[in-house]
Write a protein that binds this ligand. Structure first.
Ligand code: GDP
Ligand code: MG
Length: 293
């Protein structure tokens, strides 16, 4: 039997969501995660084993001050809660309540399994712990409560076990071997797409897709080869532009963003290919990730 599903991590800023993702998924992803907030994308962290696949999603913005507009707020909370197979709600040991009443209420009412983590238990005396666990168990009676220290990797295995138990039976959603580099590639192509949107008229960007042919991280530099796919020859000409300057501009802007993003030097090779039916061909759509979503 194989289990798989989506686990959304919600919680106030600084409770330790990224640190937990880091422990769960691995060092490299957390770098991405910490910057994900600036790009408004959700980042998935995927934990694989033979018989399960847990797809974690750190949901930046849910309780971040920038999003604290009243209407927008509930939308975020609702989708983070209704999208999930398991909700991982995170508080820290010093917190006495959720910073947002709506979230508490939603957690209490949801039919989705809730795992509530009290993080940073390394910061309090051991004998205060039971009281904390009881307190949160009473706050969210439908939740399983775990005290953890994400930073010291304490009790995190228990959390994985609990999530695994709560996951639905399902085949994996993503290939089990290509996961660690996927977020990086994803961000790289998103950055290029953004620059295409900025630099060309409307109809052009919608005919474009970006494929990352190579992503090679070396000690001091990341080497990236990306192809911009267009549908028609004429579009290829437009993308490249007069003396190749427009394409060069896209490349430079994208590279600068990537260097900020990865905090590392980037060598970006960018070229254009005509691919008449990327939008119709199922294999190609899968390759670009559309059919997985
Ligand atoms: P996020 O905003 O929820 O993603 O929180 P971060 O993962 O960025 O962590 C915020 C701060 O809390 C960082 O300084 C972490 O090092 C720290 N932190 C995270 N987990 C723990 C923990 O278990 N114990 C302690 N003492 N600090 C932690
Ligand atoms: Mg974070």
């Amino acid at each position: 039997m194989h289990k798989a599903g989506f686990v959304n991590i919600i919680g106030a800023p600084n409770v330790g969501k990224s640190t937990l993702m880091n422990v769960l998924v691995g060092e490299r992803l957390s770098i991405i995660t910490s910057k994900a907030q600036t790009t408004r994308h959700r980042i998935l962290g995927i934990v694989n084993d033979d018989d399960y696949q847990i797809i974690f999603s750190d949901t930046p913005g849910i309780i971040d001050p920038a999003y604290k507009m009243h209407e927008g707020m509930m939308g975020f909370v609702n989708s983070a809660i209704s999208d999930a197979d398991v909700i991982l709600a995170m508080v820290e040991v010093h917190e006495k309540s959720f910073k947002d009443e709506n979230i508490l209420e939603r957690l209490q009412k949801t039919d989705t399994p809730v795992v509530l983590l009290i993080n940073k238990i390394d910061e309090i005396e051991q004998d205060l712990l039971e009281e904390k666990v009881n307190y949160w168990a009473a706050q969210v009676p439908n939740a399983k409560v775990f005290p953890i220290s994400a930073l010291h990797n304490f009790n995190v295995d228990q959390v994985i076990m609990e999530i695994k138990a709560a996951l639905p039976e399902s085949p994996p959603f993503y290939d089990k071997d290509t996961l660690t580099d996927k977020p990086e590639k994803f961000f790289v192509s998103e950055i290029i797409r953004e620059k295409i949107l900025l630099n060309y008229k409307k109809e052009i960007p919608y005919s474009c897709e970006v494929e990352i042919e190579e992503f090679k991280e070396e000690e001091n530099i990341i080497r990236i080869r990306a192809v911009i796919m267009v549908i028609r020859d004429s579009q290829k000409g437009i993308i490249i532009g007069h003396q190749g300057k427009p394409l060069k501009k896209v490349g430079t802007q994208a590279r600068l963003d990537m260097e900020k993003f990865f905090d590392k030097k980037v060598f970006l090779e960018l070229y254009v290919k005509v691919n008449k039916d990327w939008r119709n061909n199922e294999t190609q759509l899968k390759r670009f990730g559309y059919l997985n979503k």
